[in-house]
Design a protein around this ligand. Structure first.
Ligand code: XLS
Ligand code: CA
Ligand code: CA
Length: 438
């Protein structure tokens, strides 16, 4: 690296929970083995290019507050993209994350024509490939931004204007090519504007069929071009659209099955999106796990006081513990990882704040993993949950599960057995395990 953008920060090390060094891990020990895998293998942490290196902390009420030394005034868009790439690899390497994720326009500027955009992207991808080789950092997923450019104001693949859809296709083709070139392990679709602002001007069925057709075309292209990883859809109920078609995990699973896409697509689930949909994050994760469709995770958290996508860095150990319990019980992530789709606050303007945010995020997952493993192995949690359903393990309950009892047979059992005894759900006891083992 020719230049350093974080001159006062060295490689982040594990120092243990007694350390007062804000630039050290307290719980995340990359090579520590828990439940048969190293922490690094469990998490597969990724840095989100857009929040970390493109976003200067602006919000709808004010301009950037954060100084980004990799974006000097007066640089040409391509030069700025090169500095940004250099800074990104310095940051990711010093942090010790294994992966990164990007949108096409995060890494390379759009040109005046489709061909110019493709050329810009290819040039930066060539450089990124070299950085990946030099540092060992890998690409978790690539995606195309089909929501920022004004042409996408009515959607991309669900746009009523076919010409806009074609532009979306051009971007997705180039982004899939870039992902393949960089050895990306997944390819993501997030459709922030695939939805509507008013149903009055919207043919919902036609738009959903267009989205299915578009995704089949993308899948066919990707497979032909040699992409073997999963395609992922990232649900979100709203924002920026009033109603987004990919509302939540269950909606997307239904859509993928209806559109014949279930073999090639899985889900990329984001915590703050699940809570916006009125679920807990665990709910959406469990829904995807049960459908064998959990692909990857965008790690962040929302805010209890407001109803928008705050993209906070995760810092709640109870939440990460519950998530890690599900991941441990279901065998964990395979091609996916934990991507910090999170941003520092508007008033966090020191260069080190980006490090501190990621360190805390990695630590809170590490502590969640340590706690989850203890609950699963030391507490009565698993036994209690299994016993709760024991009436289906044998006898008539087992016969019901096998489909051997009709409605009349069930009625006769009710008549014969009389009023069932009342059995406690023990929720408070389950909750106490979290407090006990954290
Ligand atoms: C926005 C989404 C977006 C996707 C990638 O809310 O989280 O950043 O992860 O397009
Ligand atoms: Ca996301
Ligand atoms: Ca988000």
């Amino acid at each position: 690296m020719s230049k350093t953008y974080f001159p006062n920060i060295d490689k982040i090390k594990y120092e243990g929970k007694e350390s007062d060094n804000p630039l050290a891990f307290k719980f995340y020990e990359a090579d520590k083995v828990i439940a048969g895998k190293t922490m690094k293998e469990h998490f597969r942490f990724a840095v989100a290019y857009w929040h970390s290196f493109c976003n200067g902390n602006s919000d709808p009420f004010g301009v950037d507050t954060r100084v980004m030394p990799w974006s000097p005034a007066g640089a040409t868009p391509m030069d700025a993209a090169k500095y940004k790439l250099e800074a990104a690899f310095e940051f990711i390497t010093k942090l010790g994350a294994e992966y990164y994720c990007f949108h096409d326009v995060d890494i390379a500027p759009e040109g005046a024509t489709v061909a110019e955009s493709e050329k810009n992207l290819q040039e930066i991808v060539g450089m990124a490939k070299q950085y990946q080789k030099d540092t060992g950092v890998k690409l978790l997923w690539g995606t195309a931004n089909l929501f920022s450019h004004p042409r996408y104001m009515n959607g991309a693949s669900t746009n009523p204007d076919f010409e806009v859809l074609c532009h979306g296709a051009a971007q997705v083709k180039a982004a899939i090519d870039a992902t393949i070139e960089l050895g990306g392990e997944n390819y993501v679709f997030w459709g922030g504007r695939e939805g509507y602002m008013s149903l009055l001007n919207t043919d919902m069925k036609r738009e959903l069929d267009h989205m299915g057709q578009f995704l089949r075309a993308a899948r066919d292209y990707g497979r032909k071009a040699g992409f073997t990883g999963p395609f992922l859809i990232e649900p979100k109920p709203a924002e920026p659209s009033k109603h987004q078609y990919d509302f939540d995990a269950a909606t997307v699973i239904g859509f993928l099955k209806a559109q014949g896409l279930a073999d090639d697509f899985k889900l990329n689930l984001e915590a703050n999106h699940a809570t916006l949909a009125g679920h807990t994050f665990e709910h959406d994760i469990q829904t995807a796990v049960d459908a064998s469709m959990l692909g990857s995770i965008d790690a962040n958290q929302g805010d209890y006081q407001n109803g928008w996508d705050t993209d906070y860095f995760p810092h709640d150990v109870y939440d990460t513990t519950k998530l890690m319990m599900i991941l441990l019980e279901s065998g964990g992530l395979t091609s996916g990882g934990l991507n910090f789709d999170a941003k520092i606050r508007r008033n966090s303007v020191d260069l080190e704040d980006l490090f501190i945010a990621h360190i805390t995020g990695m630590d809170v997952f590490a502590r969640g993993l340590i706690t989850a493993e203890k609950i699963l192995t030391k507490s009565a949690y698993k036994k209690m949950k299994a016993e709760r359903y024991a009436s289906y393990d044998a006898g008539k309950g087992a016969a019901f599960e096998k489909g051997e009892l009709d409605l009349v047979a069930l009625r006769d059992l009710a008549a014969e057995n009389g009023e069932p005894k009342s059995i406690s759900g023990k929720q408070e006891l389950y909750e106490s395990f979290l407090t006990q083992y954290i």
